[in-house]
Design a protein around this ligand. Structure first.
Ligand code: BMP
Length: 329
Protein backbone atom coordinates (compact mmCIF):
# COMPACT_ATOMS: atom_id res chain seq x y z
CA UNK A 1 0.00 0.00 0.00
CA UNK A 2 1.25 3.52 -0.83
CA UNK A 3 1.45 6.59 1.33
CA UNK A 4 -1.64 7.60 3.29
CA UNK A 5 -2.67 11.20 2.76
CA UNK A 6 -5.27 11.20 5.56
CA UNK A 7 -5.06 10.54 9.29
CA UNK A 8 -6.33 7.12 10.46
CA UNK A 9 -10.12 7.15 10.78
CA UNK A 10 -11.50 8.20 14.16
CA UNK A 11 -14.86 9.93 13.88
CA UNK A 12 -14.71 8.94 10.19
CA UNK A 13 -16.16 12.34 9.29
CA UNK A 14 -14.68 14.36 6.46
CA UNK A 15 -16.25 17.76 6.92
CA UNK A 16 -17.53 19.23 3.64
CA UNK A 17 -16.72 22.83 4.50
CA UNK A 18 -19.16 24.32 2.02
CA UNK A 19 -19.63 27.42 4.12
CA UNK A 20 -20.03 30.73 2.26
CA UNK A 21 -16.94 32.56 3.48
CA UNK A 22 -13.92 32.64 5.82
CA UNK A 23 -15.84 33.87 8.82
CA UNK A 24 -18.46 31.15 8.74
CA UNK A 25 -15.80 28.53 7.95
CA UNK A 26 -13.77 29.46 11.01
CA UNK A 27 -16.90 29.44 13.17
CA UNK A 28 -17.61 25.83 12.17
CA UNK A 29 -13.97 24.73 12.30
CA UNK A 30 -13.41 26.16 15.77
CA UNK A 31 -16.23 23.93 17.00
CA UNK A 32 -15.45 20.80 15.03
CA UNK A 33 -11.69 20.64 14.37
CA UNK A 34 -11.06 18.12 17.16
CA UNK A 35 -13.92 15.87 16.03
CA UNK A 36 -13.58 15.59 12.26
CA UNK A 37 -10.82 13.56 10.58
CA UNK A 38 -10.30 15.84 7.57
CA UNK A 39 -11.69 18.84 5.70
CA UNK A 40 -13.05 18.79 2.15
CA UNK A 41 -13.16 22.12 0.41
CA UNK A 42 -15.11 22.80 -2.78
CA UNK A 43 -15.19 25.40 -5.56
CA UNK A 44 -17.64 27.93 -4.12
CA UNK A 45 -15.52 28.63 -1.03
CA UNK A 46 -12.26 28.71 -2.99
CA UNK A 47 -13.78 30.98 -5.64
CA UNK A 48 -14.88 33.32 -2.86
CA UNK A 49 -11.78 33.27 -0.66
CA UNK A 50 -9.00 32.17 -2.99
CA UNK A 51 -6.54 29.28 -2.83
CA UNK A 52 -4.68 31.01 -0.01
CA UNK A 53 -7.54 30.07 2.29
CA UNK A 54 -6.50 26.40 1.93
CA UNK A 55 -3.09 27.16 3.45
CA UNK A 56 -4.79 29.23 6.16
CA UNK A 57 -7.10 26.35 7.12
CA UNK A 58 -4.21 23.90 7.19
CA UNK A 59 -2.05 26.13 9.38
CA UNK A 60 -4.90 26.98 11.72
CA UNK A 61 -6.38 23.50 12.23
CA UNK A 62 -3.66 21.04 11.18
CA UNK A 63 -6.10 18.69 9.47
CA UNK A 64 -5.64 16.91 6.13
CA UNK A 65 -7.38 18.81 3.37
CA UNK A 66 -9.11 17.37 0.30
CA UNK A 67 -9.71 19.71 -2.64
CA UNK A 68 -12.98 18.67 -4.27
CA UNK A 69 -12.17 20.24 -7.63
CA UNK A 70 -13.56 17.25 -9.58
CA UNK A 71 -10.91 17.86 -12.20
CA UNK A 72 -12.41 17.06 -15.62
CA UNK A 73 -10.61 18.79 -18.46
CA UNK A 74 -7.93 18.36 -21.08
CA UNK A 75 -4.59 17.31 -19.58
CA UNK A 76 -3.00 20.74 -20.04
CA UNK A 77 -5.66 22.31 -17.83
CA UNK A 78 -5.86 19.38 -15.39
CA UNK A 79 -2.14 19.71 -14.80
CA UNK A 80 -2.36 23.40 -14.01
CA UNK A 81 -5.20 22.84 -11.56
CA UNK A 82 -3.32 19.98 -9.90
CA UNK A 83 -0.13 22.06 -9.59
CA UNK A 84 -1.99 24.99 -8.05
CA UNK A 85 -3.72 22.68 -5.58
CA UNK A 86 -0.43 21.02 -4.62
CA UNK A 87 1.30 24.37 -4.17
CA UNK A 88 -1.54 25.50 -1.90
CA UNK A 89 -0.90 22.51 0.37
CA UNK A 90 -3.77 20.25 -0.66
CA UNK A 91 -3.33 16.68 0.64
CA UNK A 92 -5.70 14.97 -1.79
CA UNK A 93 -7.38 16.06 -4.99
CA UNK A 94 -10.66 14.75 -6.39
CA UNK A 95 -10.70 14.08 -10.14
CA UNK A 96 -13.41 12.68 -12.38
CA UNK A 97 -12.98 9.12 -13.61
CA UNK A 98 -14.25 9.88 -17.10
CA UNK A 99 -11.11 11.83 -18.05
CA UNK A 100 -9.47 8.44 -18.58
CA UNK A 101 -6.33 6.65 -17.48
CA UNK A 102 -3.81 8.74 -19.41
CA UNK A 103 -5.15 12.01 -18.00
CA UNK A 104 -5.18 10.61 -14.47
CA UNK A 105 -1.61 9.39 -14.84
CA UNK A 106 -0.56 12.88 -15.87
CA UNK A 107 -2.15 14.32 -12.75
CA UNK A 108 -0.30 11.67 -10.72
CA UNK A 109 2.91 12.93 -12.32
CA UNK A 110 2.19 16.39 -10.96
CA UNK A 111 1.01 15.12 -7.57
CA UNK A 112 3.98 12.78 -7.05
CA UNK A 113 4.17 11.60 -3.45
CA UNK A 114 2.87 14.90 -2.10
CA UNK A 115 -0.82 14.72 -3.00
CA UNK A 116 -3.24 11.76 -3.19
CA UNK A 117 -5.81 11.33 -5.95
CA UNK A 118 -9.44 10.40 -5.32
CA UNK A 119 -11.31 9.27 -8.42
CA UNK A 120 -15.00 10.19 -8.48
CA UNK A 121 -17.04 7.12 -9.46
CA UNK A 122 -20.80 7.50 -8.94
CA UNK A 123 -22.59 10.71 -8.01
CA UNK A 124 -24.99 10.67 -5.08
CA UNK A 125 -27.98 12.54 -6.50
CA UNK A 126 -30.71 10.78 -8.56
CA UNK A 127 -29.08 11.98 -11.80
CA UNK A 128 -26.02 9.98 -10.75
CA UNK A 129 -27.99 6.91 -11.78
CA UNK A 130 -28.44 8.16 -15.33
CA UNK A 131 -24.82 8.01 -16.45
CA UNK A 132 -22.23 7.63 -13.68
CA UNK A 133 -23.84 4.43 -12.36
CA UNK A 134 -23.04 2.61 -15.61
CA UNK A 135 -19.37 3.50 -15.37
CA UNK A 136 -18.66 3.53 -11.65
CA UNK A 137 -17.16 0.03 -11.58
CA UNK A 138 -14.83 0.64 -14.56
CA UNK A 139 -13.81 3.97 -12.96
CA UNK A 140 -13.06 2.18 -9.69
CA UNK A 141 -11.15 -0.58 -11.48
CA UNK A 142 -9.07 2.01 -13.31
CA UNK A 143 -8.34 3.89 -10.05
CA UNK A 144 -7.14 0.65 -8.44
CA UNK A 145 -5.05 -0.30 -11.47
CA UNK A 146 -3.39 3.12 -11.51
CA UNK A 147 -2.74 2.81 -7.78
CA UNK A 148 -4.64 5.99 -6.94
CA UNK A 149 -5.03 6.78 -3.25
CA UNK A 150 -8.79 6.28 -3.25
CA UNK A 151 -12.22 6.66 -4.77
CA UNK A 152 -15.40 8.58 -3.99
CA UNK A 153 -18.53 6.44 -3.64
CA UNK A 154 -22.24 7.27 -3.15
CA UNK A 155 -23.13 7.23 0.55
CA UNK A 156 -26.75 7.40 -0.54
CA UNK A 157 -26.43 3.85 -1.99
CA UNK A 158 -24.67 1.49 0.44
CA UNK A 159 -25.17 -1.43 -1.95
CA UNK A 160 -23.06 0.44 -4.49
CA UNK A 161 -20.35 1.15 -1.92
CA UNK A 162 -20.16 -2.59 -1.33
CA UNK A 163 -19.81 -3.29 -5.05
CA UNK A 164 -17.12 -0.61 -5.36
CA UNK A 165 -15.26 -1.94 -2.31
CA UNK A 166 -15.28 -5.40 -3.88
CA UNK A 167 -13.97 -3.82 -7.08
CA UNK A 168 -11.02 -1.94 -5.55
CA UNK A 169 -10.11 -4.44 -2.84
CA UNK A 170 -9.49 -3.85 0.85
CA UNK A 171 -6.62 -1.34 0.75
CA UNK A 172 -7.89 1.63 -1.21
CA UNK A 173 -9.47 4.48 0.71
CA UNK A 174 -13.17 5.00 0.01
CA UNK A 175 -14.82 8.30 0.88
CA UNK A 176 -18.63 8.32 0.75
CA UNK A 177 -20.53 11.56 0.01
CA UNK A 178 -24.20 12.10 0.74
CA UNK A 179 -24.16 11.34 4.46
CA UNK A 180 -26.73 13.27 6.53
CA UNK A 181 -28.58 15.86 4.46
CA UNK A 182 -28.83 13.63 1.40
CA UNK A 183 -30.06 10.67 3.44
CA UNK A 184 -27.02 8.38 3.76
CA UNK A 185 -25.79 7.30 7.19
CA UNK A 186 -22.22 6.89 8.31
CA UNK A 187 -22.91 3.55 9.95
CA UNK A 188 -24.31 1.93 6.83
CA UNK A 189 -21.66 3.50 4.60
CA UNK A 190 -18.87 2.15 6.82
CA UNK A 191 -20.53 -1.24 7.11
CA UNK A 192 -20.70 -1.33 3.31
CA UNK A 193 -16.97 -0.66 3.02
CA UNK A 194 -16.38 3.11 3.18
CA UNK A 195 -13.53 4.42 5.32
CA UNK A 196 -14.90 7.93 5.80
CA UNK A 197 -18.20 9.74 5.25
CA UNK A 198 -18.34 13.24 3.81
CA UNK A 199 -20.79 15.39 5.75
CA UNK A 200 -21.58 19.03 5.06
CA UNK A 201 -24.95 20.64 5.70
CA UNK A 202 -25.94 18.35 8.60
CA UNK A 203 -23.00 19.86 10.49
CA UNK A 204 -22.41 23.41 9.26
CA UNK A 205 -26.12 24.29 9.06
CA UNK A 206 -26.87 22.87 12.52
CA UNK A 207 -27.59 25.29 15.39
CA UNK A 208 -24.79 23.57 17.25
CA UNK A 209 -22.28 22.20 14.71
CA UNK A 210 -20.13 20.64 17.42
CA UNK A 211 -23.03 18.65 18.86
CA UNK A 212 -24.14 17.66 15.35
CA UNK A 213 -20.65 16.38 14.54
CA UNK A 214 -20.51 14.44 17.82
CA UNK A 215 -23.93 12.94 17.13
CA UNK A 216 -23.04 11.99 13.57
CA UNK A 217 -19.57 10.65 14.35
CA UNK A 218 -19.00 6.96 13.86
CA UNK A 219 -20.30 5.30 17.02
CA UNK A 220 -17.12 3.37 17.76
CA UNK A 221 -15.29 6.67 18.07
CA UNK A 222 -17.80 8.40 20.33
CA UNK A 223 -20.02 5.71 21.83
CA UNK A 224 -22.77 7.41 23.72
CA UNK A 225 -22.52 4.95 26.58
CA UNK A 226 -18.94 5.99 27.14
CA UNK A 227 -20.23 9.41 28.07
CA UNK A 228 -23.08 8.22 30.27
CA UNK A 229 -21.38 5.16 31.74
CA UNK A 230 -24.16 3.08 33.25
CA UNK A 231 -24.79 -0.58 33.81
CA UNK A 232 -28.17 -0.59 32.08
CA UNK A 233 -26.92 -0.03 28.57
CA UNK A 234 -24.09 -1.66 26.71
CA UNK A 235 -24.18 0.56 23.66
CA UNK A 236 -26.20 3.36 22.10
CA UNK A 237 -25.47 4.75 18.69
CA UNK A 238 -27.05 6.83 15.98
CA UNK A 239 -28.07 4.76 12.98
CA UNK A 240 -29.87 7.44 11.00
CA UNK A 241 -30.42 11.18 10.85
CA UNK A 242 -33.22 12.47 8.65
CA UNK A 243 -32.68 16.09 7.65
CA UNK A 244 -36.21 16.48 6.30
CA UNK A 245 -37.78 15.77 9.67
CA UNK A 246 -34.66 16.72 11.65
CA UNK A 247 -35.01 13.48 13.62
CA UNK A 248 -32.69 10.74 14.77
CA UNK A 249 -32.94 6.97 15.03
CA UNK A 250 -30.77 5.20 17.62
CA UNK A 251 -29.96 1.59 18.29
CA UNK A 252 -29.65 0.69 21.97
CA UNK A 253 -28.23 -2.56 23.25
CA UNK A 254 -29.00 -3.54 26.84
CA UNK A 255 -26.13 -4.39 29.16
CA UNK A 256 -25.45 -8.15 29.13
CA UNK A 257 -27.00 -8.61 32.56
CA UNK A 258 -30.14 -6.74 31.40
CA UNK A 259 -30.78 -8.59 28.16
CA UNK A 260 -32.79 -11.50 29.60
CA UNK A 261 -34.99 -9.07 31.50
CA UNK A 262 -35.69 -7.10 28.31
CA UNK A 263 -36.57 -10.34 26.50
CA UNK A 264 -38.95 -11.27 29.33
CA UNK A 265 -40.39 -7.76 29.21
CA UNK A 266 -41.24 -8.19 25.52
CA UNK A 267 -43.12 -11.40 26.32
CA UNK A 268 -44.85 -9.69 29.25
CA UNK A 269 -46.00 -6.82 26.99
CA UNK A 270 -47.27 -9.26 24.42
CA UNK A 271 -49.23 -11.35 26.87
CA UNK A 272 -50.72 -8.26 28.59
CA UNK A 273 -51.54 -6.33 25.42
CA UNK A 274 -49.04 -3.56 26.21
CA UNK A 275 -47.84 -1.57 23.21
CA UNK A 276 -48.32 -2.67 19.66
CA UNK A 277 -47.71 -6.36 19.15
CA UNK A 278 -45.57 -7.28 16.18
CA UNK A 279 -44.99 -10.75 14.78
CA UNK A 280 -43.19 -13.18 17.10
CA UNK A 281 -39.74 -12.46 15.76
CA UNK A 282 -40.19 -8.70 15.68
CA UNK A 283 -41.15 -8.02 19.30
CA UNK A 284 -43.18 -5.04 20.42
CA UNK A 285 -43.56 -1.35 19.56
CA UNK A 286 -43.86 1.09 22.47
CA UNK A 287 -44.72 4.78 22.25
CA UNK A 288 -42.64 7.02 24.54
CA UNK A 289 -43.65 10.67 24.35
CA UNK A 290 -43.28 11.49 20.64
CA UNK A 291 -40.82 8.68 20.00
CA UNK A 292 -41.17 4.96 19.33
CA UNK A 293 -39.16 2.10 20.79
CA UNK A 294 -39.11 -1.05 18.76
CA UNK A 295 -38.04 -3.72 21.26
CA UNK A 296 -36.93 -6.84 19.43
CA UNK A 297 -37.34 -10.30 20.95
CA UNK A 298 -33.53 -10.41 21.13
CA UNK A 299 -33.58 -7.46 23.57
CA UNK A 300 -32.12 -4.94 21.08
CA UNK A 301 -34.01 -1.66 20.73
CA UNK A 302 -34.44 0.73 17.84
CA UNK A 303 -35.63 4.16 18.97
CA UNK A 304 -37.00 6.45 16.29
CA UNK A 305 -38.52 9.88 15.82
CA UNK A 306 -36.06 11.52 18.20
CA UNK A 307 -35.36 15.26 18.32
CA UNK A 308 -31.72 14.62 19.34
CA UNK A 309 -29.30 11.78 20.04
CA UNK A 310 -29.13 12.87 23.68
CA UNK A 311 -32.91 12.55 24.04
CA UNK A 312 -32.68 9.04 22.55
CA UNK A 313 -30.04 8.06 25.03
CA UNK A 314 -32.20 9.31 27.89
CA UNK A 315 -35.24 7.40 26.61
CA UNK A 316 -33.12 4.23 26.27
CA UNK A 317 -31.81 4.59 29.83
CA UNK A 318 -35.25 5.32 31.29
CA UNK A 319 -36.68 2.36 29.40
CA UNK A 320 -34.04 -0.03 30.77
CA UNK A 321 -34.71 1.30 34.27
CA UNK A 322 -38.45 0.70 33.76
CA UNK A 323 -37.78 -2.86 32.57
CA UNK A 324 -35.58 -3.55 35.58
CA UNK A 325 -38.19 -2.21 38.01
CA UNK A 326 -41.08 -4.10 36.37
CA UNK A 327 -39.24 -7.39 36.02
CA UNK A 328 -37.83 -7.25 39.56
CA UNK A 329 -41.34 -6.66 40.93
P1 BMP B 1 -23.79 17.71 2.03
O1 BMP B 1 -23.39 16.76 3.18
O2 BMP B 1 -24.12 19.08 2.49
O3 BMP B 1 -24.82 17.10 1.14
O4 BMP B 1 -22.45 17.91 1.12
C1 BMP B 1 -21.93 16.92 0.31
C2 BMP B 1 -20.63 17.33 -0.31
O5 BMP B 1 -20.15 16.25 -1.11
C3 BMP B 1 -20.72 18.55 -1.22
O6 BMP B 1 -19.49 19.24 -1.16
C4 BMP B 1 -20.90 17.94 -2.60
O7 BMP B 1 -20.41 18.77 -3.62
C5 BMP B 1 -20.07 16.66 -2.47
N1 BMP B 1 -20.52 15.54 -3.33
C6 BMP B 1 -21.81 15.05 -3.30
O8 BMP B 1 -22.65 15.53 -2.54
N2 BMP B 1 -22.14 14.02 -4.12
C7 BMP B 1 -21.28 13.43 -4.98
O9 BMP B 1 -21.64 12.52 -5.68
C8 BMP B 1 -19.96 13.91 -5.00
C9 BMP B 1 -19.59 14.96 -4.16
O10 BMP B 1 -18.34 15.39 -4.16
Amino acid sequence: MGKSFLNPPKSRIILALDTPDKRSSHRVMEQCADIVDAIKINYPLVLTEGLGFISELKTEYGLPLIADFKVADAPVTNNRIARMAKDAGVDALMVHGFIGADAIMEIQEVAKEEMGIFVVTELTHPGGLEFTRSFSEPFARMAAYLDCFGIQAPGTRPDRIQVLRDTVGPDMTIIACGIGAQGGTLETAVQAGADYGIIGRSIYEADNPRQAAMDLAFSEAFPATEQTGNELLKEVHVVRYCSETDSYTLRAEPADEMRDQVKQFVQYCRSHGIGLELTQSEGVLLKKKRSLIHVYTTGSCLISNLPSAAEGEKIARDFMQEVRTDMDA
